[in-house]
Design a protein around this ligand. Structure first.
Ligand code: AMP
Length: 131
């Protein structure tokens, strides 16, 4: 199966057409299943398979051109803004509207999937903890 469409135009512009599809790209292309809670032309949101909070969603750009939030912010700040807007809407839909947004950036910060994504944590979080 080809992943050409799922990788997005930006990846092609950079000549990255042969990169391995990430787990999230494979979810976006419906190659593997996930619990999808939101989707539009640029973003998808799914329930995290290993939730760390009562509500734990992942908001993911459909392009896998950016490994982390810093790369995304430099190249497409409006796409980052769209991720935050969708995160707010999802926190209102799935919890009381309050939420914590986490972007793990790098191995030592616990990042395991190098296709930028926001963790949306909500639904009654500890006040004194960030994790
Ligand atoms: P990070 O460690 O910040 O890269 O986050 C990756 C997240 O993806 C983890 O919280 C995983 O639980 C989650 N994850 C990995 N595979 C899947 C999957 N197939 N469906 C939903 N969430 C996943």
């Amino acid at each position: 199966m080809t992943h050409r469409l799922a990788l997005g135009r930006t990846a092609y512009d950079r000549g990255m057409a042969t990169i391995e599809p990430s787990i999230f790209t494979r979810i976006i292309s419906r190659e593997i299943p996930a619990d999808i809670v939101f989707e539009d032309d640029r973003l998808i949101a799914i329930k995290d398979i290993n939730p760390q909070a009562p509500v734990h969603l992942l908001v993911i750009p459909k392009t896998q051109a950016y490994r982390n939030v810093a790369e995304l912010a430099l190249a497409e700040p409006e796409l980052l803004a769209a991720m935050i807007s969708v995160s707010q809407s999802l926190a209102e839909e799935h919890a009381d509207g309050d939420f914590r947004l986490v972007f793990n950036s790098g191995d030592a910060a616990g990042q395991t999937v190098f296709h930028v994504h926001a963790h949306v944590l909500a639904g009654g979080l500890e006040e004194s903890s960030l994790v």
